[in-house]
Design a protein around this ligand. Structure first.
Ligand SMILES: Nc1ncnc2c1ncn2[C@@H]1O[C@H](COP(=O)(O)OP(=O)(O)OP(=O)(O)O)[C@@H](O)[C@H]1O
Ligand SMILES: O=P(O)(O)OC[C@H]1O[C@H](OP(=O)(O)OP(=O)(O)O)[C@H](O)[C@@H]1O
Length: 227
């Protein structure tokens, strides 16, 4: 049996259902919007498990699901050394989002990461504490800033409404995902120029220990190379 984990709500779930439907596999909820059991038609030996997108990386790594759809951002953030437990099979062409670093739009002298590094260096002396970056992407942001030799900052945990932390004066900068940019604009924040920390999209992943014959057959049916 292949347990397939799919985001349980919103556009990610719907676009995921569409992606499989295009490949002849009909996924649906078993009952009401509140019911997290699912149905699979058009494929043998596949069970649908509806899960929070944020939990799918951990469930895949533990082998509690054999296949799963989630954002590459969530896999890289939640699983250190994710390649040892997961196989990245196919980008799915939706759920695009960039993980970016943003600062107040009124910081006229801060356009790129070099400017940010210089401001962070001076910040502690001026304010008595390190410049605060609010994010839920702790691992990715730390690794990225370290790789660019930015050290004079502290991370502030924010699990939602991260863009509001600057106006609320609990952070000076934020690192979060953006797609349309509307939330950043509404909160008077600007993205630092240059490449984003990460470009993410919804992606099909497998548990590395589950790449047997049954999986090969299902992937062939989906037209996906076995990694
Ligand atoms: N505009 C967007 N807003 C939020 N997530 C987006 C957006 N565009 C793409 N995504 C992707 O969707 C995924 C997050 O989905 P979702 O918010 O449902 O996850 P979650 O953390 O499990 O949520 P919850 O905890 O509310 O269940 C991430 O991979 C993210 O990159
Ligand atoms: O660039 P945009 O199109 O404006 O989208 C980006 C926003 O969407 C997400 O938030 P979400 O609504 O998922 O809630 P969250 O704050 O709980 O993450 C993300 O955290 C940003 O806040």
């Amino acid at each position: 049996m292949i347990r397939l984990g799919v985001p349980s709500k919103g556009r990610l779930m719907e676009q995921c259902f569409d992606w499989f439907a295009t490949r002849g596999v009909r996924l649906s909820r078993a009952g009401s919007d509140r019911e997290y059991a699912g149905r699979v038609e058009g494929a043998e030996g596949v069970a649908l498990v509806l899960l929070s997108a944020g939990e799918i990386p951990r469930e895949l790594a533990a082998g509690r699901i054999e296949l799963g759809v989630t954002g590459t951002d969530l896999v890289r953030e939640k699983l250190a050394g994710w390649r040892s437990d997961l196989v990245e099979l196919a980008p799915m062409g939706f759920g695009h989002a960039d993980l970016i670093l943003a600062v107040p739009a009124c910081w006229r002298d801060c356009d790129d990461l070099d400017d940010f590094a210089a401001i962070a260096r001076d910040f502690r002396a001026a304010h008595g504490f390190r410049l605060r970056v609010a994010t839920k992407y702790h691992r990715l942001v730390r690794a990225w800033l370290a790789s660019h030799e930015v050290a004079d900052y502290q991370l502030v945990d924010s699990q939602g409404a991260t863009e509001g932390t600057v106006a609320n004066q609990t952070a000076e900068a934020i690192a979060d995902i953006t797609s349309s940019g509307a939330t950043l604009r509404a909160n008077n924040l600007k993205i630092l120029s240059g490449a984003p920390i990460l470009r993410s999209q919804a992606t099909l992943f497998a548990h590395r220990g589950a790449m047997g014959e049954e999986m090969a057959r299902f992937l062939a049916q989906l037209g996906v190379a076995a990694g």
